[in-house]
Design a protein around this ligand. Sequence first.
Ligand SMILES: Nc1ncnc2c1ncn2[C@@H]1O[C@H](COP(=O)(O)OP(=O)(O)OP(=O)(O)O)[C@@H](O)[C@H]1O
Length: 577
Amino acid sequence: MLIRLLRTHLRPYRRLLAAVVALQFVGTMASLYLPSLNAEIIDRGVAVGDTGQIMRTGGWMLLVSLLQITCSIAAVYLGAKTAMSFGRDVRGAIFGHVNRFSAREVARFGAPSLITRNTNDVQQVQMLVLLTCTMLVAAPIMSIGGVVMALREDVGLSWLMLVCVPVLAIALGLLIRKMVPTFRLMQTRIDTVNRVLREQITGIRVVRAFVREPYETERFGVANGDLTATALRIGRLQALIFPLVMLVLNVSSVAVLWFGAGRVDSGQIEIGALTAFLQYLMQILMAVMMATFMLMMVPRAAVCAERIVEVLDTESSVAPAARPVTEVSGRGELELRGVAFQYPGASAPVLHDISFRAEPGRTTAIIGSTGAGKTTLLTLIPRLVDPTAGTVLVDGVDVRELAPDELWRRIGLVPQRPYLFSGTVASNLRYGNPDASDADLWAALEIAQAREFVAEMPGGLDAPIAQGGTNVSGGQRQRLAIARALVRKPEIYLFDDSFSALDLGTDARLRAALKPVTAEAAVVIVAQRVSTIVDADQIIVVEDGGVVGVGRHEELLQTCPTYAEIVASQQTAEVTA
Ligand SMILES: Nc1ncnc2c1ncn2[C@@H]1O[C@H](COP(=O)(O)OP(=O)(O)OP(=O)(O)O)[C@@H](O)[C@H]1O
């Protein structure tokens, strides 16, 4: 998965990567050259008092150092650029893919996990790319080159490398092996913290109303504590890495000096060569450490890549047809034919054998007890989910065959719990029609009975709206959502209990104002209140997921006991109230 993700999303940066590799190569070669120049300056210059040699070799050292530094800086910069671009592309790909998900896939992953995958998980893989860009070439060249150069300086001390390098590699390897199982747990625990945090923030009013702060604090404390415990477990092991490397480096230095001193005394090696040998050994050990860091990142990045690819590989259950219909003639006639729907994991369908037709210029109302399946039914029309059986047709075309844009262009949905985006009143109203003029917005607000309160808001159309519309009342949010749908001028209006938060007078005025605007459109209204739908051209009575009555108000009072019961219960409630 990791390789696949890297291959796909690093492909556009092949040239950049090639430049990083080339710079790394030159920079590392320069690093490898420096200790031998060091040996030369000591043995041929300092030891024999040859100032000319010191100047010449010193000059070379300066040039080589400059080259090494320049290459390193450029490689790090270009490596970071590659990693950042990679991260941006993967985040964009996930965002675009999730955008096409149906409610089913979103529910499967859960919003907090989708957010973690698109942020923290991408960041982990991005860090691996950054580290790889910085060390992929440097580590192997430095270790192999270091061995070759060290042997050139003194073969007699080579056995020291055979001891120190494997000791460090094995010790680091053991540490990493202990860390790997914790990485997956770490990502899952980040998911959990995000979930609890999100629930607490979105449900803050309920938390307050039910005085559940202590409970929520404890719940967050547990999730937070678990995450910290996992991070600490990794941290404890990581904390051992640096001291371990330092220990091996120091012991190796002492060993080289100990054994090297004897060889210098007996004239088998010069002092400069001994210094160079020591530097090469340090370089090799540092390269081993760099490689270890990279290897340490790989398992965590692999877990994250797996989680990212899982999202990217998930096909939307409402994916468009291979050859979608892009042009449909008609005015937006809606038809449901034998539609059934079952939620994943549910034991029985929530809707079964639903058939009706909603014609342009007519209002179709759907009424039924709570939980009867009314909202579920509406979600099938714009393909938020697809039916498990039967067909939804718009102008005679199965919505699964229609190009998504063509379908959504025709539909204006006002959901039961409308969502407003952070921005302004105007940006929310223009959400489905960015070209709408201010006059269009005010006209829609007038119909939605929202003109007055928007005019009173500081800034009017430019008044700020908080994320989710939390700075306006439930009824105002509903009216803004209705205005947003009106600005769109769709052919099919779907109102899901959109008038429930309005008082009876506003409800009646709004419906009266809607009539001329929606005269040409097919209007489907889900409602709880009989008064909202009493004059509908057609009322569909839904009970336990099935249609138990179709007709006008008076007709249904005679023919449909469920409807008569709903009407009677609401009349009784009014009288008692
Ligand atoms: N995401 C879901 N997963 C599983 N079951 C669900 C889901 N959403 C709704 N249901 C179930 O489907 C049934 C129909 O729900 P739906 O929201 O469509 O009813 P409704 O008629 O709109 O109710 P209300 O009038 O209270 O809004 C209910 O029993 C509900 O518990």
